[in-house]
Design a protein around this ligand. Structure first.
Ligand SMILES: C[S@@+](CC[C@H](N)C(=O)[O-])C[C@H]1O[C@@H](n2cnc3c(N)ncnc32)[C@H](O)[C@@H]1O
Length: 409
């Protein structure tokens, strides 16, 4: 059952004095935040869905050092604004398109603010200002990186000393993001650059078709980080050759590995490596919810399974239609999801109701008062329309929602 409550008030900008602390040390722990309830009973579940900007929520609602694993799949700087059809959501206005979320960037006031908040934040500040010198002042990539940098600082803050972060991106910005993560976490915290390799419909292009995403995996302290070894099936050729048995090996004086023909006990498979071959969600798959950029559940299951244990708290600050939330729920983890698109939050609720009917969680951030609704309408007309359509029972068109907005004024 979902309980609905509003987030009160707006949030103060990150205190840049705190961020200027020597050597980029993290700001002191803040008051407030989500209180994790003890016990594992369903009614004590801390599972939470936030509708809003993750920067505000990270700053004000989530306790420092409370999260075991962060998975984030932010906009990739694709230069696209993702539209989706009302039809996909089963709504009435067939053919009417709305923007789900934006992935186009230009330098503006909020970029300047984000940049100012982190420019003196230890090595991350150095890296970001260095990139700015190189790319120039009003660059699109810089706008994207400033947005990411300030959020990454706060995410780092939320991780327990044994915590890890998986940043899902693609080759458009992965090299810049890796520099930011190296600067923020320290190069020694780097664990893996995971390649999610998939196949999709071949197209003719004047370059090689891209068939992979990049997932950067860092841990606060690799010595303490949780990691569960998992195995995958051996290739067909090695199955044939070794008949599902472990192969014995000998090592020569130079340390070279020489497989021998001797066979011992059953093989459990080969340890999972950093290339995950998982298909994208097929157009006809039941898993497909019609949300642009939805990731396969299997990918999130693998990540959460290797890097956390049952009962751990998983945070996805760009949760979209909730693939990480769904995987966390399925694997017995606690979770927090955040998204700025109202439609995403609604889809997650539908998804959980359909596939995880026992899930208990709370939703924060929807307007609950007239003043809150007015505020949302002023800040973001699109999101207001989505919210109003949801309020009218999910079957309303945006035209009805628009009328509601007019009537409310
Ligand atoms: C690539 S999608 C995530 C897809 C998700 N992994 C899934 O499987 O559905 C990125 C999401 O980030 C959200 N987003 C973008 N900026 C945000 C912000 N500042 N705060 C919270 N969510 C944001 C978008 O609304 C979008 O749903």
């Amino acid at each position: 059952m979902a309980l609905v409550e509003g987030i009160d008030g707006s949030t103060a900008p990150l205190d840049s004095q705190e961020l200027r602390a020597e050597g980029g040390q993290l700001p002191a722990a803040r008051e407030g935040g989500v209180m994790r309830k003890s016990g594992s009973g369903a009614s004590a579940s801390p599972n939470t869905l936030y509708y809003g900007d993750n920067l505000d929520i990270l700053k004000n609602k989530i306790k420092d050092e409370s999260v075991d694993l962060i998975y984030l799949d932010p906009p990739f700087k694709s230069g696209t604004n993702y539209n989706l059809l009302f039809q996909a959501a089963g709504l009435d206005a067939v053919g009417e398109q709305v923007e789900a979320f934006k992935d186009t960037w230009k330098w503006g006031e909020s970029s300047e603010r984000a940049y100012d908040e982190v420019r003196n934040y230890g090595k991350l500040g150095l890296a970001l200002s260095g990139i700015r010198k190189w790319l120039g002042d009003r660059n699109e990539m810089m706008a994207y990186l400033a947005m990411m940098a300030v959020r990454l600082v706060h995410m780092q803050h939320k991780l327990k000393p044994s915590g890890s972060i998986f940043l899902h991106c693609d080759p458009v910005a992965s090299h810049y993001l890796k520099i930011l993560l190296d600067a923020l976490f320290g190069g020694g915290s780097f664990q893996n650059e995971i390649i999610w390799s998939y196949r999709r419909w071949p197209t003719k292009a004047s370059r090689l078709q891209r068939m992979h995403d990049v997932i950067l995996f860092y841990s606060i302290d690799p010595e303490q980080a949780k990691f569960n070894i998992r195995y995958q099936d051996p290739t067909e050729s090695s199955k044939k050759r070794w008949k599902g048995k472990k192969q014995n090996v000998t090592f020569d004086l130079l340390g070279h590995r020489n497989p021998t023909a001797e066979l011992s006990e059953e093989s459990v498979g080969v340890p999972l490596n950093d290339v995950l071959k998982i298909p994208v969600i097929a157009p006809v798959s039941k898993e497909r919810l019609g949300y642009p950029t939805q990731k396969p559940l299997r990918l999130l299951q693998q990540i959460i399974d290797v890097a956390s244990d049952p009962g751990d708290l998983i945070l996805d600050p760009f949760c979209g239609c909730g693939t990480a939330v769904d995987a966390a729920e399925m694997l017995g983890r606690e979770w927090i999801g955040i998204d700025i698109a109202h439609y995403a939050v609604t889809l997650i609720e539908e998804r959980l109701a359909r596939w995880r009917p026992g899930a208990t969680y709370e939703v924060f951030g929807r307007p609950t008062t007239l003043a809150g609704a007015r505020d949302l309408a002023q800040r973001d007309k699109f999101q207001f329309e989505w919210w109003a359509a949801w309020l009218l029972g999910g079957r309303a068109t945006r035209k009805k929602a628009r009328m509601m907005a007019l009537m409310g004024e």
